[in-house]
Design a protein around this ligand. Structure first.
Ligand SMILES: [Zn+2]
Length: 246
C-alpha cells in the first residue's frame, strides 16, 4: 500500500491531469483514496483541482468525520458510500468531462458496445436518477450502481469512477470520456453497428480472464447510507444544502 504522502501526491496529480484536460471547471470535481488504516483522503471544498497542494487534502473516518483540519468536498458522501459498499475500492474520481457529462444530461447509459477497449475495461456505464448535489441523495442514487459497475453517470451532473487505487479510477474516467466522445462522433457520422452477441461473449470472457468486473463478495451496501449520513451529521434521505457545488 502507498504511504500517506504518496497518496496525497497521487490525488493532486490526478487533479492536475483532470484540470489540464478540461475535465473539471472552476472548483468542480472531487478525488479520494482509501488508506491502509481505512481512513479516507479527500479533496477539499472550494479548491481548483489543477492547483491543489498535498497539505490541503482532508482526512476522514469511513463514516465521514473529519480528522484534523479542513473542509472536505461537498460530495464526500458520494466517495464514502463507494468505499463502504465496495471493499475492493481504494480510489474514487468524480469529474465533469464534457462528452460524458452530456450523456449524463440525457439521462442515458453510456454506449459501451462499439469499442473493444471500452467494453472490456468498463462493460457498462449506467446512469442514476437525478439527485441534488451536495446531499445524501447523491450517495443514495450511487449505491445501487456499485453492485455491477466501476463507472456510472450521475444524472444531469457527471461521471463517477472507482478503482483498486486512485490511478485505476482515473484511468477509468479517461475511458469513460473517450468512449463518450467516440459515441458522440459515431452518432454524428451516421451510426455504427454495435457488437454482435458472439462478439460480446468473447469480450466478456476476455474481461473475466483479466479479473475485471465486480466480485459479488466485494459488494455489501447494507447500512452504508445510514452510517455515512449519521457520521456526516445528516439524516439519510433528507437533503441539506452544501456550501459549494462540486
Ligand atoms: Zn460534480
Amino acid at each position: 500500500m502507498p504511504t500517506e504522502p504518496e497518496l496525497r501526491e497521487a490525488i493532486c496529480e490526478v487533479g492536475r491531469r483532470l484540470w489540464m484536460r478540461s475535465q473539471v471547471a472552476a472548483n468542480d470535481g472531487n478525488i479520494s483514496a482509501r488508506m491502509a488504516d481505512g481512513t479516507i483522503l479527500c479533496t477539499p471544498s472550494g479548491v481548483s483541482k489543477g492547483f491543489m497542494e498535498p497539505g490541503q487534502l482532508v482526512r476522514l473516518t469511513p463514516d465521514g468525520r473529519v480528522i484534523g483540519d479542513g473542509r472536505p468536498s461537498s460530495e464526500a458522501m458520494l466517495h464514502l458510500v463507494c468505499y463502504c459498499a465496495r471493499r475492493d475500492v481504494h480510489g474514487v474520481v468524480h469529474a465533469h468531462p464534457p462528452y460524458a457529462t452530456a450523456f449524463a444530461a440525457l439521462g442515458c447509459a453510456l454506449p459501451t458496445r462499439y469499442l473493444t477497449e471500452i467494453a472490456v475495461s468498463l462493460w457498462e456505464v449506467p446512469c442514476t436518477e437525478f439527485a441534488r448535489p451536495g446531499t445524501t441523495e447523491v450517495a443514495e442514487v450511487a449505491l445501487p450502481m456499485l453492485a455491477t459497475a466501476d463507472a456510472f453517470l450521475l444524472r444531469n451532473h457527471g461521471p463517477v469512477t472507482v478503482g483498486r487505487d486512485v490511478w485505476e479510477a482515473h484511468h477509468r474516467m479517461e475511458w469513460v470520456e473517450q468512449g463518450a466522445q467516440v459515441a458522440a462522433i459515431i452518432a454524428q457520422i451516421g451510426g455504427a453497428e454495435p457488437f454482435s452477441a458472439e462478439q460480446l461473449d468473447e469480450l466478456r470472457s476476455i474481461r473475466a480472464d483479466l479479473g475485471l468486473g465486480v466480485d459479488p463478495g466485494d459488494h455489501n451496501p447494507s447500512g452504508c447510507i445510514e452510517r455515512i449520513a449519521e457520521g456526516w451529521g445528516r439524516r439519510a434521505g433528507r437533503a441539506s444544502t452544501a456550501p459549494t457545488q462540486e
